[in-house]
Design a protein around this ligand. Structure first.
Ligand code: PGA
Length: 252
């Protein structure tokens, strides 16, 4: 079975100016462990260049929070993969539930965005997950199946393992209500099985993260689960000490 290096990704959402990004990284980067999990900082577009420059001498990588699938064109307000690559970004979050919920991000668009990111050489971090009423009515597996099948439909089988997937139950995002270890393990093993339906070997390679109210005091338990290969962290990634503690919790 392939070793999967855990990823701890900081999803800053619409937080931190360029100056705040500089201040955070000046404090945070010296505290990143020299070995162990991969660390990815995902700031707003305007701070990407600054984040890339500051982390150049560190193990931390930088990813964007969204992109358009076309390289250029009449798409007001959008940013493309070549633009991200030019500033040295090496990954992109796609399909975060806030984008699905507030900005109409659809599975059809994601079916184009995920392979476009891969073709451009950006590591996609694809977010999936059910909302509270879907969980309460036992629709979690149906929702995950629909999202994974649609969003990965145009990714060639032999590249499936390059897509990082973040299972983020919407009811756990920003609520302080974290999934139980059983819920996280079960959903993530289910997502891995969906990828295995396409290609078993790629499913063993694919890193699948948990996201939703990950904090220093619950990280170790979640990160120790057999199918959980890291975390996508929102609120707790905005404070240096909290995010350092979460990164430390992922070390063997
Ligand atoms: P949270 O956000 O850690 O603040 O719950 C996670 C996310 O939305 O990626």
């Amino acid at each position: 079975m392939p070793e999967r290096t855990p990823i701890l990704a900081a999803n800053w959402k619409m937080n931190k100016t360029i100056e705040e990004t500089e201040r955070f990284l000046a404090d945070f980067l010296p505290k990143v462990p020299e070995s162990g999990p991969e660390v990815v900082i995902c700031p707003p577009f305007l701070s990407l260049k600054t984040a890339v420059e500051h982390s150049a001498q560190s193990r931390a990588r930088v990813a964007a929070q969204n992109m358009h699938e076309e390289a250029e064109g009449a798409f007001t307000g959008e940013v493309s993969a070549p633009m991200l690559l030019e500033v040295g970004v090496d990954g992109v979050i796609l399909g975060h539930s806030e984008r699905r919920q507030y900005f109409g991000e659809s599975d059809e668009a994601l079916a184009r965005k995920v392979p476009a990111a891969l073709r451009a050489g950006l590591e996609p971090i694809l977010c999936v997950g059910e909302n509270e009423s879907q969980r309460d009515s036992d629709e979690t597996e149906g929702v995950l199946t629909r999202q994974i099948e649609a969003d990965l439909s145009e990714v060639p089988d032999d590249r499936l393992g390059e897509v990082v997937i973040a299972y983020e139950p919407i009811w756990a995002i920003g609520t302080g209500r974290v999934a139980t270890p059983d819920q996280a393990q079960e959903a993530i093993a289910f997502v891995r099985a969906l990828v295995a339906d396409r290609d078993r070997e790629q499913a063993e390679r694919a890193r699948i993260l948990y996201g939703g109210s990950v904090k220093p005091d619950n990280a170790a338990e979640l990160l120790a689960l057999p199918d959980v290969d890291g975390a996508l962290v929102g609120g707790a990634s905005l404070e240096v000490d909290d995010f350092v503690a979460i990164v430390e919790a992922a070390r063997p």
